[in-house]
Design a protein around this ligand. Sequence first.
Ligand code: HPA
Ligand code: ZN
Length: 337
Amino acid sequence: MTRIEEFIAGMPKAELHLHIEGTFEPELMFEIAKRNNKEIPYSSVEELKAAYSFNNLQEFLDIYYAGANVLIGEQDFYDLTWAYLTKVHSQNLVHTEMFFDPQTHTNRGVAFDMVIQGIHRALEEGKNKLGISYRLIMSFLRHLDEESAFKTLEQAMPYKDWISAVGLDSSEMGNPPAKFTNVFRKAREAGFITVAHAGEEGPAEYIWEALDLLKVTRIDHGNHSLDDDELVARLAKIKMPLTLCPLSNLELKVVTDLKEYPLVEMMDKGLLVTINSDDPAYFGGYMNENYLGIANALDLTKEQLTVLAKNAFMASWLSDKEKETMINKVEEYYKNN
Ligand code: HPA
Ligand code: ZN
């Protein structure tokens, strides 16, 4: 391991942008498909992995939803979540704020209860056995209509205590945040925090809408904020976190090369940016690989990496006291390494 690789690996980290369906590793996919008598249209793990080559968000989403098709029972969702937790535990991840996409499953006849109960059981076990604290974010699929999101919110109400926030993901272009104004209002009235994917492929305008109509407390991705100086000034002023995902952006051609990733520019403009993995099984890496990819491409210093790690705790929904504890731990780590 290089010095910077070691530094990243040992640093206590938090992840704020992670889709549990995007952690579905091919090996586990084949195992669960077999258990459930489901066909995967690829003959081997290698053949499936070879299909992971994307020109844009939609090409990825088509494969991502197809992979999720083999998940059926509570145990499947537990196994998926547990595999992610053990993996990131080995990378010194101590806090995760995880998305799940209920409609991906309920639209194929899987009960909402199976999905959330399996995920929740693994998250609790991760907290107790691995010391990973967590929050859960229920994400609406924006290519579906608002009616479907309302129905999903209804299904979530018995599990309100298990879910901290609602989010918005899937195909961005043509599905602006404005489409979900009413269901997000209802979610806020029910006590949910709100976040939204915005400005990954979509324009800066979608980020304005996420702020003004959905009243989000974080922007997921937010790359296109840089097209609008007024927006950047506003995001910086209110310290709105952006959950960036470098390897995802590279794989989905949001950026052509990590060397051109505008991370330092964003930091210099006062944006509260964080590093995340998005869909690690599909994009070639978990947290350490994302930090390392961007660190190598941009020649980041340990100090800059420390700022990024602290930003994630700052932007998390841990209590103020927990945030302070973790930020102190990261600073301590920096001083000693
Ligand atoms: N963007 C939109 N939808 C998604 C993503 C993403 O990066 N990952 C999983 N669903
Ligand atoms: Zn995402």
